[in-house]
Design a protein around this ligand. Sequence first.
Ligand code: ADP
Length: 166
Amino acid sequence: MTRSNPIVAIYPGSFDPLTRGHEDIARRTLRVADRLIVAVAHTSTTQKRGLFSVEERVELIRKVFEDEDRIEVESFEGLLVDFARGRGAHFVIRGLRAISDFEYELQMAQMNQELWREIETIFLVPDVEFSFLSSSLVREVAALGGDVSRFVSPAVLEAMKERFGG
Ligand code: ADP
């Protein structure tokens, strides 16, 4: 898609690590948007330490999407709507895997609308093959020595192997 006023979408999340489900959502977004910014959140409100640092996640996601020049990767702190406004993005992309995602996603979308009237949230559904996938499950399986090669890209797999000393 090319138009004088490009549609810029933003896909926020923790991405610790990026899974094939996230990848699917990001690539699907390019069917409805001209450019996508994958935005890795510095979740200062939660004290959980992740598997990868935010900088490592950004680097990994860049590697995974190096074939796709319409996808950029950045990290952000603070409110998503402020970051989106600063980047000229009016569309937030979120993935819906199951009904269990719905309540939280709906609340967040409505809160974002309260914070910035011009923001729209678009929900995309992944291929059914990925609907059971989450970063936390992938981390858990890998930490216990399970094979996660079907669930993440080779670059992510490599980094996880290093992290878990495999
Ligand atoms: P957050 O901490 O914001 O939930 P995540 O990185 O876990 O960040 O997820 C970011 C977004 O991607 C969320 O909208 C989530 O529902 C979606 N998502 C996560 N895993 C998948 C998947 N396997 N298929 C589709 N969407 C997914």
